[in-house]
Design a protein around this ligand. Structure first.
Ligand code: PLP
Length: 287
């Protein structure tokens, strides 16, 4: 028997293409040394060129999944991704209070405020934004919007680091303990600048801008790596530093898949298989 790893839970949608959503979260959790549990919110019909359909899971079933995991297995940190609808957000906020997840509770809550895919396909109903603002952000330990999500949440169009700072303050006023404003979508050749803000101090995290078209799942992967670090007991600034380093490598190892945008890769972390597998008197060599 081995010692049990820390447990992280993702409350997220499924991506049939396997590059983003709960699939990216679970791969990242595994590669970052935590056991991943999942509360599915929606099933997307999706490939490398876009999302063609979304089927939502009933809000009570989303909450039941969270309750089932929290009551029996226990969780050290939680992440939300695609939440699809106002009713699901309300159910998630309620069950988080019930089982002790969130900024004033024992278990950290990382909210990735997913609104649309990089192809522009909606992943959150328009009428759900208000619920995200009023019910989930005040419960978040950390919220991790990209610039499009910042515009939707606080109505600011960001074109410079000064405006990024203003957005961090505006988002913090909505109630999360920490805000990470991701600058990866800023145009230009300058390094990617992400700003972390706790209401008093701004910390800048920079990383090189890598030339790859294959960035599907990068936001999920960053938030999942941060959640993994929190599950392992780090502080929020340490977790963000860890997540940034992790996703930088995942983007550097991104690969093409299908005709459109390929996924970032968590596999840089895993060693290739070298040992043969012995089974029923046969020896299977690694490929
Ligand atoms: N599909 C699902 C189910 C997601 O949760 C997300 C992001 O969280 C996406 C797609 C979008 O990923 P990207 O914007 O990296 O394409």
């Amino acid at each position: 028997m081995s010692a049990s790893p820390p447990v992280a839970l993702t409350i997220a949608g499924s991506d049939s293409g396997g590059g983003a959503g709960l699939q990216a979260d679970l791969r990242t959790f595994t590669a970052c040394g935590v056991h991943g549990c999942v509360a599915v919110t929606a099933v997307t019909v999706q490939n490398s060129v876009g999302v063609t359909a979304v089927v939502e899971i009933p809000p009570s079933t989303v909450a039941d999944q969270v309750r089932a995991v929290a009551d029996d297995i226990g969780v050290a940190a939680v992440k939300t991704g695609m939440l699809a609808s106002a009713a699901i957000i309300r159910a998630v906020a309620q069950v988080c209070d019930e089982v002790g997840i969130g900024r004033c509770r024992a278990v950290a809550l990382v909210v990735d405020p997913v609104a649309a895919s990089m192809h522009g396909d909606p992943l959150l109903a328009e009428d759900a934004l208000a619920m995200l603002r009023s019910e989930l952000l005040p419960r978040a330990t950390l919220v991790t919007p990209n610039l499009d999500e910042v515009r939707l949440l606080v109505g600011l169009d960001i074109g410079s680091p000064a405006e990024q700072r203003e957005a961090a303050r505006a988002l913090h006023a909505l109630g999360p303990r920490w805000v990470l404003v991701k600058g990866g979508h800023l145009r230009g050749d300058s390094p990617c600048l992400d700003l972390l803000y706790d209401g008093s101090e701004l910390t800048a995290f920079t990383s090189p801008r890598l030339a790859t078209p294959h960035t599907h799942g990068s936001g999920d992967t960053l938030a999942a790596a941060i959640t993994s670090a929190l599950a392992r007991g780090t502080t929020v600034p340490q977790a963000v530093g860890y997540g940034k380093r992790y996703v930088e490598q995942a983007v550097a190892h991104a690969y093409p898949l299908g005709a459109g945008v390929g996924p970032v890769s968590p596999f840089w972390r895993l060693r290739p298989e070298t040992e043969p597998i012995r089974c029923g008197g046969k020896v299977h060599k690694p490929p």
